[in-house]
Design a protein around this ligand. Structure first.
Ligand SMILES: NC(=O)c1ccc[n+]([C@@H]2O[C@H](COP(=O)([O-])OP(=O)(O)OC[C@H]3O[C@@H](n4cnc5c(N)ncnc54)[C@H](OP(=O)(O)O)[C@@H]3O)[C@@H](O)[C@H]2O)c1
Length: 266
């Protein structure tokens, strides 16, 4: 289950009416049907297939939401995101641009387009999904870290701007969560795999996200190791640089396996 589905489920359970967007129309329909089979009212679950990197799709999505919610939105969650794992030198410009198109530019343009509808909403809020790497870049995650840093910076900027309109802006930084994220990577040439470290459930992340929104938090980092890393990095950035450098050196010391991963024969 993805984080988007868990968030939609939690919101619907609390009585919200939700428009859910993703590219895969079949998957979206299946999620909606499943929610309805588990007690959600059909009029509360509104799937709309859209690629948020395409301006026309965003406009159609917004028009659909406006039609169903009388032109007003109370909450927008920018959840769509994608990663790319592996050393920077094993990737290329196309990969970096793809990551930024989805994680950064689509999110920014969604925020631009929803603003008029949020202004008409009740206690309106936006939640942008960041990451631990939004606050500390990690080796093997260069484009992803850079994109989430951009999300963090953008979120802080609009938080100040949108305070004038009484719109809350939350940056939510999940830790390793049990979703399909690692299967959907643009590319994975990383030597170090992290799937086994996904200990948090999407349901737990969704619950904490809604709690953060209710208590009007500005930024929430959900995993304990993530919070520790960010705090240590704030207090002793050179120590974290040194530790990550040593770890990376050890990891990439085996040149033979590195060749195999980064330059597969087929
Ligand atoms: N899982 C983690 O450990 C973790 C940790 C920190 C942060 N996050 C962040 O959490 C968010 C959700 O990720 P997840 O873990 O739930 O991964 P996921 O299972 O891969 O879900 C990603 C979602 O984004 C949608 N999406 C991707 N590109 C899209 C596009 N161009 N237009 C519309 N929808 C698009 C996907 O649907 P379609 O493919 O059908 O479009 C899918 O529903 C991301 O922003 C991710 O960076 C995840």
């Amino acid at each position: 289950m993805g984080l988007g589905r868990a968030l939609a489920e939690s919101l619907v359970r609390r009585g919200a009416r939700v428009v859910m967007a993703a590219r895969s129309a079949d998957l979206l329909r299946a999620v909606a049907d499943d929610l309805i089979a588990h007690g959600a009212k059909p009029e509360s679950v509104l799937p709309f297939p859209a690629d948020v990197t395409i301006a026309e799709d965003r406009a159609d999505l917004l028009a659909y939401a406006a039609e169903h919610f009388d032109g007003a939105l109370d909450l927008v969650i920018n959840n769509a995101g994608i990663g790319a794992y592996g050393r920077f030198e094993s990737h290329n410009e196309t990969i970096a641009r793809k990551v930024f198109e989805i994680n950064v530019f689509a999110l920014m343009e969604m925020c631009r387009s929803v603003l008029p509808m949020l202004r008409k909403g009740q206690d309106p809020a936006v939640c942008n999904i960041g990451s631990i790497v939004a606050r500390r870049g990690l080796p093997g995650r260069s484009a992803y870290s850079a994109s989430k840093f951009a999300v963090a910076g953008f979120t802080e900027s609009i938080r100040a701007e949108w305070a004038i309109d009484g719109i809350d802006v939350l940056l939510l930084n999940p830790g390793f969560t049990q979703t399909e994220f690692e299967k959907n990577l643009v590319v994975d040439t990383a030597v170090y795999k992290t799937d086994h470290r996904r200990t948090m459930t999407p349901e737990a992340v969704a619950k904490k996200t809604l709690r953060a929104l209710e208590t009007r938090k500005k930024e929430v980092t959900l995993s304990r190791p993530g919070r520790l890393l960010i705090l240590t990095n704030r207090l002793a950035p050179r120590f974290v640089d040194w530790g990550l450098g040593r770890w990376t050196k050890r990891l990439y010391n085996d040149k033979e396996s590195l060749e195999k991963v980064e330059h597969p024969k087929d």
